[in-house]
Design a protein around this ligand. Structure first.
Ligand SMILES: Nc1ncnc2c1ncn2[C@@H]1O[C@H](COP(=O)(O)OP(=O)(O)OP(=O)(O)O)[C@@H](O)[C@H]1O
Length: 254
């Protein structure tokens, strides 16, 4: 039987320091169904477990118990490397996600190879340049003129925009955004957030985005999850999400 859900998390638990006085349940019996095309904003106070949830989805952390199904197949034990062929991630730190000594074009070539079958020869770098420029233009036009620049010479905002272009270059089945605009100045942050929304809609990417901005959580996505002490306390979808106000959300964090 095929599953309608892209991912199905059932009774996921992440416990650290088991059997010691430091034992801490970071995620507790968390269940979640992610449907294809969902753009989920994930809100929650510091330490609520948001990054841990993204780590479990990416395969960077193995759940202590519970199950993760991908299109109906159990991937609970599947490695992060294997999952990276269909799950892409952008971190908060602009230094993660790109190879600093390689040029913008070389980084994009790596991204273009992601998820492709081994042995499949990719055309040479030069032949990909027009496509790379086009992808950069859509997210950060300044970058389109910097294809030959080593990435460590880019600004934080440019580097983060490149990380985003790389993560979405080959449409991933799931995109994880871990506060990917939080380290940028207000203008760069706003521009990357708008480009993110445009690209997710245009490419119909399924995404989970951690944000601390209630305004962004209201404005973007079709679904809003609130995480509290390792559990989903609220799951607003469709009209219920559209009807939410800043006051409603603020009241949850009082
Ligand atoms: N490896 C670990 N060992 C022990 N405790 C951990 C570990 N990883 C996370 N924690 C704890 O689990 C809780 C949840 O952490 P997590 O980073 O997932 O929260 P978060 O919601 O992303 O927080 P923030 O908004 O501050 O980034 C925190 O109390 C954290 O200290």
């Amino acid at each position: 039987m095929t599953s309608q859900n892209l991912l199905e998390l059932t009774d996921l638990e992440v416990v650290v320091g088991r059997g010691t006085s430091e034992e801490n349940k970071i995620l507790g019996k968390l269940s979640l169904k992610i449907k294809p095309g969902d753009f989920i904003c994930l809100l929650g106070g510091n330490g609520a477990g948001k990054s841990t949830l993204l780590n479990v989805l990416a395969g960077a952390i193995q759940p202590t118990s519970g199950k993760i199904l991908h299109a109906g197949k159990d991937i609970s034990k599947e490695s992060e490397v294997k999952r990276s062929s269909y799950i892409a991630r952008v971190f908060q730190d602009p230094k993660l996600g790109t190879a600093p000594r390689m040029t913008v074009a070389e980084n994009l070539l790596l991204a273009a190879k992601r998820g492709q079958k081994r042995g499949l020869k990719l055309r040479r770098l030069k032949e990909n340049i027009p496509a790379f420029k086009e992808a950069l233009e859509k997210v950060n036009p300044d970058l389109a003129g910097k294809l030959d620049l080593p990435v460590d010479q880019l600004s934080g905002g440019q580097r983060q925009a490149l990380s985003f272009v790389m993560a979405t270059y080959n449409k991933p089945e799931l995109l994880l955004l871990d506060e990917h605009t939080a380290a940028l100045d207000p203008r760069s942050s706003r521009k990357l957030m708008e480009a993110t929304d445009e690209q997710i809609r245009a490419k119909k990417i399924t995404a989970v985005m951690i944000t601390h901005h209630m305004e962004d959580a209201l404005k973007y996505g079709n679904r809003l999850l609130v995480l509290d002490h390792g559990q989903i306390s609220h799951d607003y979808q469709g009209q219920a999400k559209q009807d939410l106000t800043l006051q409603d959300l603020a009241a949850l964090f009082d």
